[in-house]
Every structure is written in structure tokens, then in C-alpha cells.
Design a protein around this ligand. Sequence first.
Ligand SMILES: CC(C)(COP(=O)(O)OP(=O)(O)OC[C@H]1O[C@@H](n2cnc3c(N)ncnc32)[C@H](O)[C@@H]1OP(=O)(O)O)[C@@H](O)C(=O)NCCC(=O)NCCS
Length: 190
Amino acid sequence: MAPVIEGDNLYLRKLVVSDLNRTWEWLHRRDIYSKIGVQVPFTKEQQFRWFGKLQNDDTKIVCAICRNIDQIHIGNVSLDMIDLRHRNARLSIFIANPAARGQGYGSEALTLQEQYAFFKLKLHKIWCKTDAGHPEVLHFYERLGYLQEGLLREHEVKDGQFVDKVILAKFEIAKVLERKSQESNSNASF
Ligand SMILES: CC(C)(COP(=O)(O)OP(=O)(O)OC[C@H]1O[C@@H](n2cnc3c(N)ncnc32)[C@H](O)[C@@H]1OP(=O)(O)O)[C@@H](O)C(=O)NCCC(=O)NCCS
């Protein structure tokens, strides 16, 4: 399958049916579902139906993060709630193997997804929602230029407890936009 957004060490491509089994396994791991806020359990059949709907849903794009060196699929990054009128979308990301974290893959994948969001979709803003109690995740986003927009107190229930959620967001940068737009026209095509 042709890469669609290429970086130095990774590329992003759209999720395909053959990724579903491994994605199902990943999303049922506590270190992942508890961070990205996905509701588990769900069956493989339910996931298959979700994937079918995804093909005709312009408000969501789910990408496989793959390594250039061996094409191995190492995690997912997605945009959902894509709102072209207000030019914003919500972001979510995970690197599946804990041993592969902390090596720059998450940062590179997020940067590639931002290029698609800002330069292809022409979004103005991307945002995400994460637990206030995960400072390492807040740090991950903040070092990539995401700013905290607000705190939603006791907004969700996790393990029977209300937890605070932080909204983080990043805006397009107009000058970079012009330059990158020309580059991305040549290599990004979901
Ligand atoms: C958060 C996550 C996507 C970051 O990807 P990554 O490849 O580990 O991140 P990078 O190597 O590009 O960047 C590492 C930075 O993120 C921080 N970080 C956050 N979570 C980390 C983790 N589990 N392991 C290592 N570094 C982590 C580090 O502090 C580091 O910052 P520093 O270089 O200033 O010390 C990844 O750790 C992950 O998938 N975690 C589980 C799911 C998750 O939390 N998703 C985000 C939900 S909102």
C-alpha cells in the first residue's frame, strides 16, 4: 500500500481491514484504553461495523502509524469530530508497544497528522482531551506546542471515580501554512 504522509522515520496510511484484529487487541489493553478514553469492551463484530461506517464518514480519519524501516504498524493516530465549517477537529494517538514509547515516534506521527489537518483539510485548530492526572501525557502535548484551554472538573467516570479532564489545543500557523501547503499537495492524498 502506498504511503500517504511520509516522515523521516514513519509514515501514516489509512487504517485497513487487516489492521482491525491488532487494533482490537491494542484498544483492549488498559494502558491504552484508559489513556485514550475508548469505551471497552466491544466485540470484533462491532469493530467491523464501526470500520464499515468509517469509510463513508467525512468527520473521522483513522491512520495507522507505520515505521519506514520495516513497514510495521506501531500505533494509530486519528482525527474525529472534523468540522470543516468551524475548521477544527479532535485528535487522538497511541503508540502500542510501551517499549517503543519515548523514542520520538509519537511526536513524529502527531506532526504528520497535523500537516494533514492544517495543510490538507485547512483546519484552524486541533484539540484533544486528556486526564488531568496524566502529567506525562500533558507534557507530551505541551512540548509539541499544545496549550491548555481549560479544565473540565469531574467530567468523566473512570474506575468508579470522577476524573478531571484537560482540553489542549494547537492552532495553524499562517506563514508555515503557505509553504507546507505546496509541499503537501505533492505527497498527501488520503
Ligand atoms: C503519549 C504517547 C503517544 C507519546 O508517544 P511517544 O512515542 O512515547 O512520545 P515521544 O517519544 O515522541 O515523546 C516523548 C515525550 O513524551 C513524554 N511521554 C509521554 N508519555 C510517555 C511514555 N509512555 N513513554 C515515554 N515518554 C512519554 C515524555 O516525557 C517525552 O518528553 P521528553 O522528551 O521531554 O522527556 C505514547 O507514550 C502513548 O501511546 N501512550 C499511551 C497512550 C496515550 O497516552 N495517548 C495519549 C492520550 S491523550
